[in-house]
Design a protein around this ligand. Sequence first.
Ligand SMILES: [Cu+2]
Length: 164
Amino acid sequence: MFSVPAIKPGLMLAVLAAVLAVPAAACGGNDAPAVTDHMAGAGMMAQQPEGSIRVGLRNWEVVPEVTSARAGRVTFWAVHDMDHMHGHDEGGEIHDLQVMRKLPSGDMELVGQAQGLRMGEAKALTLELQPGEYELSCNVVEEVGGRTISHYKEGMVASFTVTG
Ligand SMILES: [Cu+2]
């Protein structure tokens, strides 16, 4: 005598693991509330998007973690790496990331940009890139203590190659 227990369909368990890593970034000595805009899409101040290329912005250099990529969709993760000013008239409180493509004529064409990054801020910039030679730069020009500071001329530019 065999008795086969009736097997009911199992319960569908929908497990939603919404893992939101929101670091409570403590800004030492900064009274301003952590105002972040939403230009980076869902992930303001969040962690680096998967597969993106980190581009460090600081006085006075642009530091991409790699210097080339395959053509197609490329996401840059622009990060203002400075956490404090070294001097009041140093400049560099705000940095941009400009992605410029070198045209056959030698001119540079703006392909995309992430602007207005304050210290510690990060923004994702996703672009469709054609093969070619590019520059990653910061084109902020500011007036500090009666002096005009061009971030580009100070050295905020790096070469970047997109291969076919
Ligand atoms: Cu800059």
